[in-house]
Ligand binder design. Structure first.
Ligand SMILES: [Zn+2]
Length: 198
């Protein structure tokens, strides 16, 4: 009996080590898989993008959302081009609201002839939706379904009411907080991986 329980424990340990290892590998695989599929969207190629109307560009970014949603096993919130805040410090490029469950990208970004910029802005906002999804799982009975519990715990903490620092309150604090840093890194990596494949 005792032997058996020791063996079970060891088996459980080695499984944990393996799962941990796989999880780390999986974020890169997810990102590269998403980049692979997104790079096949013709409308996103700079030469095609430049000939699209604003509505065409919106629909192109919705396709990006579907690819990201598949790769990250997380729904992409409804998406629209919008007029967003603008002042002497700059313009808001994109916005994700978890309460309204919507992703917005500034009209001005859609009207630029830079598909890479639009992709980066859109995927930054998608990443926020993903962070919320993971934080929600972390705070629920589905914690084991988080892709990375350490990151999910960090995001859950950062997204707690009162913890998120808005740009208007403190621009530096806004840039430095975990969810913003992660969204920036994610979007920059994805843009680069897509560009390499186009
Ligand atoms: Zn952000």
């Amino acid at each position: 009996m005792k032997e058996a329980s020791i063996i079970d424990e060891q088996a459980a340990d080695s499984e944990k080590v393996q799962v941990g290892h796989l999880k780390e590998h999986t974020e890169t695989e997810r990102l590269e898989g998403a980049a692979e599929h997104i790079s096949q969207i013709k409308q996103l190629r700079p030469e095609v993008w430049s000939g699209l109307t604003e509505a065409g560009r919106e629909s192109c970014l919705r396709q990006v959302g579907r690819r990201l949603s598949e790769a990250y096993e997380c729904p992409a919130p409804p998406f629209i081009g919008s007029r967003l805040a603008e002042d002497d410090r700059g313009i808001t490029l994109g916005e994700h609201s978890d309460d309204e469950y919507i992703t917005k990208v500034n009209h001005k970004v859609l009207n630029m002839n830079e598909s890479g910029r639009a992709l980066e802005t859109y995927s930054h906002e998608f990443r926020h939706a993903y962070q919320h999804e993971m934080a929600t799982r972390y705070n629920s009975a589905f914690r084991h379904l988080c892709h990375d519990e350490t990151k999910a715990a960090q995001w859950a903490e950062n997204l707690k009411p009162g913890s998120y620092v808005s740009f208007d309150v403190n621009a530096e604090g806004y840039e430095a907080q975990p969810v913003e840093k992660d969204a920036r890194d994610f979007a920059a990596r994805l843009k680069e991986e897509v560009r390499r494949r186009q």
